[in-house]
Design a binder for this molecule. Structure first.
Ligand SMILES: C[S@@+](CC[C@H](N)C(=O)[O-])C[C@H]1O[C@@H](n2cnc3c(N)ncnc32)[C@H](O)[C@@H]1O
Length: 286
């Protein structure tokens, strides 16, 4: 079964006229407005009160004119709300984008900011044919931050996807490259008899454990801290879930991984316990 995130329009938008070309090229403007607001921690500063531009500019140590233009654009997309001369946060600004709120998605916001820097270097990647970070070693610190980012990105998507995957009759699931285990937890929440195992690097597994500690279903969760590219996977599973990992490897590398991890799939029995390998792919330039 292959699932594809429904985001293909981002990279398959057709451009046939010069106007469409200009609009597509200029689409960086809104992302820049949003990213500058994040860089200023604007949503955190605005918090749950109403601000005039002079007061907010003083607080953020920026010019009134610059801030006024920025806030006007943020209000145009509804992420700030304008009433008379004052601005306040939308619900989104006050929660997911506000460091002081428990729903803050800082891990993912930091990743988005770093992606902008990476995409600026696309030309290098096109010239070399290699990912921008191909020579950056995978440090535990980076892996931790990245794993939180994956959790913050997937919080809502995982339960929605888990609701669509028919796992009735399956008893064991391996979340291969499962990172924070957000998908594994969503499957466990949906299927009370299922047991899941998250396989990832040690630093990612540490984050997965912290997250699982807040869930009742953690008793049905176990962990495999290993590198699945060159280490054998102990045990067998009814289902292997491989989400947002496909794009990290070349087609040849993925095929080699599938051949190796295929040995961990329990041979299929009756129709209610067929073994499956599920993939969900992110849309990247690949
Ligand atoms: C983009 S994240 C996706 C995380 C999760 N599956 C999700 O959909 O949110 C890719 C994950 O695969 C893990 N990964 C990639 N190659 C791996 C390998 N060879 N061994 C163990 N984990 C690996 C990474 O550490 C990372 O946590």
């Amino acid at each position: 079964m292959v699932l594809q995130a429904n985001r293909t329009r981002i990279v398959t938008q057709r451009i046939t006229t010069f106007d469409e070309f200009r609009d597509a090229v200029s689409a960086y403007r809104l992302p820049r407005v949003l990213l500058v607001a994040l860089e200023l921690d604007l949503f955190t500063t605005v918090g749950d009160r109403s601000w005039t531009i002079p007061d907010l500019a003083k607080q953020l140590k920026v010019s009134e004119r610059g801030l006024s233009i920025l806030c006007r654009n943020l209000a145009a997309v509804g992420i700030l709300q304008k009433k008379g001369p004052s601005y306040k946060n939308s619900r989104l600004g006050a929660t997911a984008l506000n460091i002081d709120h428990s729903a803050y998605r800082g891990g993912y916001l930091n990743l988005i900011k770093s992606h902008w820097e990476d995409w600026i270097r696309l030309l290098e990647s096109v010239r070399s044919g290699l990912p921008i970070d191909h020579d950056t070693p995978d440090s535990p610190d980076y892996r931790r931050q990245f794993t939180w980012a994956m959790h913050h990105r997937t919080l809502e998507i995982a339960p929605a996807i888990a609701a669509q995957i028919p796992l009735a009759g399956s008893q064991t699931l391996l979340d291969l490259g499962g990172g924070p285990g957000t998908y594994a937890m969503a499957f466990l929440a949906k299927h009370p008899l299922l047991r899941a195992t998250i396989c990832d690097r040690e630093a990612a597994i540490e984050v997965a454990k912290e997250i699982a500690d807040t869930h009742k279903a953690r008793r049905r969760l176990s962990y495999l801290p290993l590198d699945f590219s060159n280490e054998a996977i102990p045990g067998t599973y009814d289902v292997i879930w491989y989400s947002n990992v496909l794009h990290i490897y070349s087609p040849e590398e993925n095929q080699a991984i599938f051949r190796r991890v295929g040995a961990a799939l329990r041979p299929g029995g009756d129709s209610s316990s067929k073994t499956r390998f599920c993939m969900i792919a992110t849309v990247c330039i690949q």
